[in-house]
Write a protein that binds this ligand. Structure first.
Ligand SMILES: Cc1cc2nc3c(=O)[nH]c(=O)nc-3n(C[C@H](O)[C@H](O)[C@H](O)COP(=O)(O)O)c2cc1C
Length: 190
């Protein structure tokens, strides 16, 4: 099994990174091959709506020659896509949103002459690992709703969300309970 991990926080040692670490360790310990992308360190432009991708229904395609090419290749080869990012303004941080936008057009061939073209990531699972400042039901709810709709539209199987809140900025974020949540979330994909 192979998983593409899209990591999207500017904080290299922040909450999302701390939650992602045991999650990835659990997957690796169980033989899952991981492709890891720190999208804040990549050059990934926003979708230009040029529609060139819609001229080729046979493959996931995008003409922008940037680091998204390797992300798309990895997603095409993976069984599981993990978006690991904090909630920013009830959604994903801008570099992650660029990935989300690029994927929808590169893989869904509904927007050109053939409105019934294929969804080329169809059947793959997508899951969210996230952290937020507000209680999860008010901090991560709209982000999760958006991504559920996104998965349905792209033919992806929405495989769930692990969301943890940092209750008190003066306290350490990670603890044994969150570590076990991360590990058991990882085991749910095996
Ligand atoms: C620009 C910005 C926007 C944010 N927007 C939200 C939000 O809409 N809802 C929320 O619950 N937390 C929000 N937060 C808080 C972060 O999601 C939270 O602190 C998160 O754990 C940070 O993760 P990190 O340490 O991995 O960067 C925001 C933080 C920033 C910097």
């Amino acid at each position: 099994m192979k998983a593409a991990i899209i990591y999207g926080s500017p904080r290299k040692k922040g909450n999302t990174a701390a939650l992602l670490e045991p999650f990835m360790r659990e997957l690796e310990e169980n033989g899952v091959e991981l492709d890891y992308f720190d999208v804040y360190e990549k050059n990934i432009a926003g979708c230009r709506a040029c529609l060139v991708c819609q001229k080729d229904n046979t493959r996931i395609s995008c003409v922008i020659p940037d680091d998204m090419q390797s992300v798309l290749k990895s997603m095409a080869e993976s069984d599981l896509i993990i978006i690991a990012a904090p909630v920013y303004a009830w959604s994903a941080p801008a570099p992650v949103k660029a990935v989300i936008d690029r994927v929808i057009y590169a893989s869904c061939k509904y927007y050109g002459d053939d409105p019934h073209g294929p969804a080329l990531l169809k059947g793959k699972r997508l899951a969210l690992l996230t952290t937020c400042g507000y209680p999860v039901e008010k901090g991560a709810d709209l982000y999760e709703d958006m991504m559920k709709r996104y998965c349905k539209h792209c033919g992806l199987i929405y495989a769930g969300m692990l969301a943890e809140r940092q209750r008190n900025l003066k306290e350490a974020f990670m603890d044994e309970v969150k570590e076990e949540h991360a590990r058991s979330f990882a085991r749910s994909f095996l």
